[in-house]
Design a protein around this ligand. Structure first.
Ligand code: UD1
Length: 430
């Protein structure tokens, strides 16, 4: 099984090119099957979640042509089935977007209940409530969601909880419903805006994405487009906190600084230097980090997908910090792994109380999920000695060339597949 082996202690210094946003690309590539014309999407990250999704849409019959590592050409006219295979679905949560896309286009979808990261119970009741409001009949039998409608019609939908997935999914189905849909209490994440911009570039009529009221006027059909996915704010944020935790100095290139504001504000608060450019951000940390309190919130609040990364940085800060997770209930699984590295963290309900320590020490640990896994890599980079991280398959779901990008910044990290290679790394770097 693949693992990362890391010899920590080097401050990360240099420049890193940030890729396209995984979560935006998942929505966009699914929406691309809603037209029978050819769609070209570029700046897609080459990560396993994206590759699994592309396989899933090609298995239902769409023509998927990988033009190059970051560009794909999709044609949905060849789709022969609205029934999606469980093999793909169990691996990625975003497979739920196939419901909205197929229902919108064909008025019928059969999609197994999704899998994905185990970061808490992740209901999709709001997605289904939205489809029902648009006139679909939705049932769940034998682990499969069946949605169908004679005709979808616009509706006024109030989301009880701010949900990225439900907002995008309902927006997709509504894009091809008859009449006008209003989604209230919509999510405002950059990937919601990106998915709306993409649909509009195919001829949809969506207004208000980026605010909490989205208005969709349904259209009969969608057409060809070429589209570039937005930069990944979570990949950028992960490198920003890697700079902080290793007391390094990194320039993140190809980012939208506005999307990073919740993170840059916290980095300033804990004593980092932040410089913003048009499409780049530089973070440097010259001295030991300071403590803070942080609570995850929907955008533009501090992202839940960055909670483990800031948690790791705060393990090394002076004083006691408090991290509150308000989106998912099971996002502190990395805490036990960090304790093995010498961190002092107490979790009470949805709050982690972190007593900062001067140094972490390398240990044998496992990645519990995607973002927590990335955070543990940061811990390993900041720690003294060697850290071996198992179960990195989670990390590969969302970070392209993570080890290479870190090596280019001066990290000693390698992706290895067995114990012999771990020993060789220890010898070589020791
Ligand atoms: C997306 C992101 C994920 C990120 C999360 C929050 C993708 C593929 N994943 O996940 O990386 O952590 O947004 O920014 O884009 N909820 C319900 N009922 C529903 C849907 C959601 O109660 O039908 C609740 C969830 O349990 C959670 C909250 O709403 O507490 C937010 O979840 P949501 O924004 O939907 O997350 P995802 O779209 O699954």
């Amino acid at each position: 099984m693949d693992k990362y082996v890391i010899r920590g202690g080097n401050p990360l210094v240099g420049e890193v090119e940030i890729g396209g946003a995984k979560n935006a690309a998942l929505a966009i590539l699914t929406a691309a099957i809603m037209t029978d014309e050819t769609v070209v999407v570029d700046n897609i990250p080459d990560v396993s979640d994206i590759n699994v999704l592309l396989e899933a849409i090609s298995v239902i019959g769409a023509t998927v042509d990988r033009v190059d590592r970051h560009t794909v050409r999709i044609n949905g006219s060849t789709i022969g089935s609205v029934s999606v295979d469980y093999e793909f679905i169990k691996k990625i949560r975003a497979s739920y977007y196939l419901l909205g896309a197929l229902l919108g286009k064909y008025k019928r979808a059969e999609v197994p209940l999704p899998g994905g990261c185990n970061i808490g119970s992740r209901p999709i009741d709001l997605h289904l409530k939205g489809f029902r409001a648009l006139g679909a009949t939705v049932t769940i039998r034998n682990g499969v969601i069946y949605a169908s409608a004679d005709d979808l019609h616009g509706a006024h939908i109030f989301l009880d909880t701010v949900s990225v997935g439900a907002t995008i999914n309902i927006m997709m189905a509504a894009a091809m419903a008859q009449g006008k849909t209003v989604i209230e209490n919509a999510a405002r994440e950059p990937h919601v805006v990106d998915a709306a911009n993409f649909l509009n570039s195919m001829g949809a009529n969506i207004k208000g994405a980026g605010t909490d009221v989205i208005r969709v006027r349904g259209v009969e059909s969608l057409h060809r487009t070429s589209y570039t996915v937005v930069p990944d704010m979570i990949e950028a944020g992960t490198f920003m906190f890697a700079a902080a935790a290793t007391r390094g100095d990194i320039l993140m290139k190809n980012v939208i600084p506005k999307h990073l504001e919740a993170m840059t504000a916290k980095l300033v608060e804990i004593g980092c230097q932040v410089e913003e450019f048009d499409d780049a951000v530089r973070i440097s940390a010259k001295s030991r980090l300071g403590k803070t309190h942080v609570k995850t919130l929907p955008y533009p609040g501090f992202p839940t997908d960055m909670q483990p990364q800031i948690g790791v940085a705060l393990c090394l800060a002076r004083g006691t910090s408090i991290v509150t997770e308000s989106i998912f209930e099971n996002r502190f699984k990395y805490v036990d792994e960090l304790a093995r590295m010498g961190a002092t963290i107490k979790v009470e309900g949805n709050t982690a109380i972190i007593d900062g320590t001067e140094t972490l020490t390398g240990a044998r640990i496992s990645a519990p999920d995607l973002r927590a896994g990335a955070a543990l890599v940061i811990a390993g980079l900041a720690a003294e000695g060697v850290t071996v991280i198992d179960d990195i398959v989670y990390i590969l779901r969302g970070y392209e060339d993570f080890d290479k990008k870190l090596r280019d910044l001066g990290a000693e990290i390698e992706l290895v597949s067995d114990e012999r290679e771990v020993q060789k790394f220890r010898l070589r770097t020791g």
